[in-house]
Design a protein around this ligand. Structure first.
Ligand code: TRP
Length: 366
């Protein structure tokens, strides 16, 4: 059996700078995978068209953040020689494909999508859901399949989109013939990375809650945010036993700390488990833990900040990278949409066979 090519497709809405939740949720994985030779192609999409579905009245926000997100990508270590970074709205085949896919699923199917449900509530859309917003999961199926994406590294909240994508793929292939591939989601490998809480301990990092640590935050800002992080409100005196549940500092340590960090910064302990044991028994203050977390975060973020600074001084090159990535995406998109049109038998104008058949039909009737 021939092995199907392994193709990564993933992306982000350009609604703000990327934070460390994005980093552990998917960005770090993408940087690792770009060096894995078993992947044939990698496409990273800046989902501006999807972002418009709930920002229709504020295109300027997206216009600014397309560049911010690209800078964050490059800063995080995505290598433009290895990945194609492209802009969604510049690939019109995505819209075309989404339009065909809308016939292959139902309103009730999208209504049951838990991520869409939560987003509708968060945005107070209940009575007035923009139609485009409602359809974005279908357009996301087009995003993945136009590139024959087989592996989609994203956060857990995107799981319902991947399920819908595969349903549409099966429906398409049954109806029109085997053209599309199913894909698999690639989730972060631990629970803390899956849902990194905000610095206030709240469920998720979000700009509106002001609880994010951004990849581009300056050193002092990161330190300040870590120092004021939510820990355990019952841990009043150092001697009190501390609790790990809901303690943001320890959730971050779960996401970022490795044994080698203890060798480098805190030789009193061998690993995170020892530190946790001490903390829960009592006798360990929050500030010490925060100082350690800050050392780990600075080690991670320093090279990211440096690379960002470099690219900020090379903006015309950044646009060249986007142009090149987008051209590659357009080429791929045109190829796939040709296959789709042929399979759907709507390629009337470049189907010589059909045209001949039609001609014969009428000449015979003469
Ligand atoms: N919905 C994703 C997000 O909000 C962004 C996105 C759009 C995406 N199209 C995609 C992710 C296709 C993976 C694959 O972050």
């Amino acid at each position: 059996m021939i092995q199907k090519p392994k193709i990564i497709l993933t992306g982000d809405r350009p609604t703000g700078r990327l934070h460390i939740g994005h980093y552990v949720g998917s960005l770090r994985r993408r940087v690792e995978l770009q060096n894995d030779p078993s992947f044939d192609k990698i496409f990273i999409m800046i989902a501006d068209a999807q972002a418009l579905t709930d920002n229709a009245d504020n295109p300027e926000k997206l216009r600014q953040n397309v560049l911010e997100v690209t800078l964050d990508y490059l800063a995080a270590g995505l290598d433009p020689q290895k990945v194609n970074i492209f802009i969604q709205s510049a690939v019109p085949e995505l819209t075309e494909l989404a339009f065909y896919y809308m016939n292959l699923t139902t309103v009730s199917r999208v209504q049951r999508n838990p991520t869409v449900k939560t987003e509708i509530q968060m945005r107070n859309f209940e009575a007035n859901i923009p139609l485009g917003f409602f359809c974005y999961p279908v357009s996301q199926a087009a995003d993945i399949t136009l590139f024959h994406g087989t592996v989609v590294p994203v956060g857990e909240d995107q799981k319902p989109m991947i399920e819908l994508t595969n349903e549409i793929v099966r429906r398409f292939n049954n109806t029109y013939g085997e053209v599309l591939n199913e894909c698999e989601i690639l989730l972060p490998d631990n629970q803390a990375c899956m849902r990194l809480p905000g610095t206030d301990g709240k469920a998720k990092m979000s700009k509106s809650l002001g609880n994010c640590i951004y990849l581009s935050d300056p050193k002092e800002e990161v330190e300040k945010k870590i120092k004021s992080m939510y820990t355990d409100p019952t841990h009043l005196k150092v001697t009190d036993p501390g609790h790990l549940e809901g303690n943001a500092v320890f959730t971050y340590l779960d996401a970022f700390c490795r044994d080698e960090h203890f060798e480098r910064y805190w030789q009193d302990y061998k690993n995170l488990q020892e530190l946790k044991d001490h903390y829960t028994h009592g006798g360990l203050g929050d500030m010490k833990c925060k100082k350690f977390l800050n050392q780990i975060m600075q080690e991670l973020l320093e090279p990211i900040r440096e690379r960002r600074h470099y690219w900020e001084q090379h903006i015309p090159e950044v646009y060249e990278i986007l142009k090149k990535g987008t051209a590659a995406a357009q080429q791929e998109g045109q190829k796939t949409i040709g296959e789709v049109r042929r399979a759907m038998r709507i390629n009337y104008l470049d189907d010589a066979e059909l045209q001949k058949e039609q001609m014969l039909k009428y000449t015979k009737a003469e």
